[in-house]
Design a protein around this ligand. Structure first.
Ligand code: NAD
Length: 297
């Protein structure tokens, strides 16, 4: 018999992820504070219940995709939360991007109640969530990692066991800090070339075959018109928002303070995205940082 899944947090990422589980034939009960999102899952063949914790009580697997640490902590640790409601033996998987410390705290509380819990943040954005091609970076026991495979494989393509609880989040924080820095560096380089009269397409093509090559240059170019499929060529709409990047860089800075680690470029990147957000770009794709570094032509 197919495992009963409860999916909580049907936002930009969670809805397509839950839809892929429905497509794979799992009975999925979806829950969100926004009714319209729940309706979309039900239209796609999922179900729901008025009381999300009554659904959790019947679930074999609980998957969450929430905005930030505080949402995850309150949903799992609250008096009538997931840990208080789930049935013995349920597998708990949190896919949100949160602080490694928060992930370890919730996993320890889950363990104290006899549950296996994984932190399983993702990379790949909303396109990857829709296509079922996300990368999962997973922290928790090897046994729980194996038990989660049937579900994670329906939502992602590359699924990595990073280590113990919290290590999935640590990898995610490191990856997104590097991504944020690379996007600013790539924007600077293209702006400098343009200031010298270079065609940004020619410049990007040559750098893509040279030692400056990186994902933001080759796949997600920040300069409008260089790459038709990139958010830069669509008015910086959709994609990965400045405010979400700002949140992730904030996690990196918090973590660096707690671990006494120097991240001079990571903290500078956080400050630049913060100024960009304060200037009103919070909802635009993070590649719009390109606009902060020069005048639109
Ligand atoms: P989102 O804001 O679109 O979705 C979050 C959803 O959680 C919302 O629909 C909200 O109503 C719901 N929610 C909040 N508290 C809830 C509660 N107590 N019960 C039920 N529902 C609740 O965010 P998103 O873009 O889907 O991102 C989710 C997570 O994934 C974040 O941690 C984000 O950093 C991470 N992430 C996002 C992307 C991306 O490209 N958007 C990529 C990788 C990782």
């Amino acid at each position: 018999m197919s495992a009963n899944i409860v999916f909580i947090g049907l936002g930009n990422m969670g809805l397509p992820m839950a839809q892929n589980l429905v497509k794979a034939g799992f009975p999925v009960s979806g829950h969100d504070l926004v009714k319209a999102s729940v309706d979309k899952l039900v239209e796609a063949g999922g179900k729901t219940e008025a009381d999300s914790m009554a659904a959790v009580a019947k679930a074999d697997v609980v998957i969450t995709m929430l905005p930030a640490s505080r949402h995850v902590e309150s949903l799992y640790l609250g008096e009538a939360g997931v840990l208080a409601s789930a049935k013995p033996g349920a597998l708990l998987i949190d896919c949100s991007t949160i602080a490694p410390e928060a992930a370890r705290k919730v996993a320890a509380a889950a363990k104290a109640r006899g549950f296996e819990m994984l932190d399983a943040p993702v990379s790949g954005g909303t396109n990857g969530a829709t296509a079922g091609t996300l990368t999962f970076m997973v922290g928790g026991s090897k046994e729980a990692f194996e038990a989660a495979q049937p579900y994670l494989q329906k939502m992602g393509r590359a699924i990595y066991h990073a280590g113990d609880s919290g290590s999935g989040q640590t990898v995610k924080v490191c990856n997104n800090m590097l991504l944020g820095i690379l996007m600013i560096g790539t924007s600077e380089a293209i702006r400098l070339g343009m200031a010298n009269g270079m065609d940004p397409k020619v410049l990007s093509e040559i750098m893509s075959k040279s030692s400056g090559r990186n994902w933001t240059l080759e796949v997600y170019n920040p300069c409008p018109g260089v790459m038709d499929t990139a958010p830069a060529s669509k008015g910086y709409a959709g994609g990965f928002g400045v405010d979400l990047m700002l949140k992730d860089l904030g996690l990196a800075v918090e973590n660096a303070l707690a671990t006494n680690c120097a991240i001079p470029l990571g903290s500078t990147a956080r400050n630049l995205y913060d100024i960009h957000s304060m200037n009103g770009a919070g909802k635009l794709d993070f590649s719009s940082i390109f606009n902060m570094l020069g005048k639109a032509k």
